[in-house]
Design a protein around this ligand. Sequence first.
Ligand code: HEC
Length: 308
Amino acid sequence: MKMRMKAPALRAFAATLVAGALLVGVAGTGARAEGLNSEGYLIPQRQNWSFAGVFGHYDRAQLQRGFKVFHDVCSNCHAASHLTFRELSEPGGPEFTPAQVKALAATYKIQDGPNDSGDMFKRPGKPSDTWPWTFPNDEAAKSALGAVPPDMSLLAKARTVQYGFPYFLAEGLPFFEDEEQGPDYIYALIKEGYTNPPKGFKVPTGLYYNSVIQGSNHLIRMPSPLAMIFDNNGKPNNPKFYTDGTPVTPDQVARDVSAFLMWAAEPKLEERKRMGFNVLVFLGVFASLLYFVKKKIWAGVHDIPPAA
Ligand code: HEC
């Protein structure tokens, strides 16, 4: 059966569509202006990262500070199972000296074995070891913390910003998507997420209110990591936390650790961007060469008379 709409019905239908789209647009813009998405979560704002864009590169000093935050705070709970000590001294990363990395690795006891008699044993870490985890397995972490903290090796790549309705319609578009959403999210989660719950919101024991974490009714099992470095007024417990003279503020610490986690998730970012740029230059040169070759080859072909 063919469905046909009479003209007035069609007009009404079209008008409803347009009105609906406008409403959604207005509501959406409003929500975004307030910084909340349609589900009431705080939308992480875009931050300025040194590693954004075609010429993006990591800020060595920032990665070194971010590593300190990871080392002193985050790695007490989170694993980073793909990160090797050696990478910390490789080009494109925090670039600690090999001697520093060797000394750092040696401060850890790594399980190795079996030895000749079949026993596992502990030995000091070596630069080629992967980052050891505080917990022997997921179950141990879960029983201590209530949830397994996600592995930090790829965390910055595993999280994005969710703008919610109606923006998800546009989220696939090139200008909406950007690679820095992972660090934007982590920065917002730890710096801005831990707010007071709205009146009447019951936070169960062992859980914390967070306005950024998605899809868990604003509840997270991680206590505020910044609260381990700062007091309630944002004053650092240890003003000399950073040894390079950078002021120790919640903003700085959140930014530095987010940058470090981006590097951990993509240690070869600088190489990739450099390569991408070189390929573009090559393609440009190659295209112009082809153009002149084509001109030369066809130069002798003139005025083919039309077939009689
Ligand atoms: C006391 C242990 C602990 C410390 C310290 C800790 N975390 Fe966590 N973290 C957790 C746990 C547990 C979860 C899982 C939370 C959940 O599933 O509710 C988590 C989850 C996360 C998540 C994922 C949130 C999501 O979207 O699912 C991020 C990002 C994160 N932590 C970042 C950090 C950073 C950065 C640091 C260091 C500055 C840090 N954490 C320090 C225990 C910790």
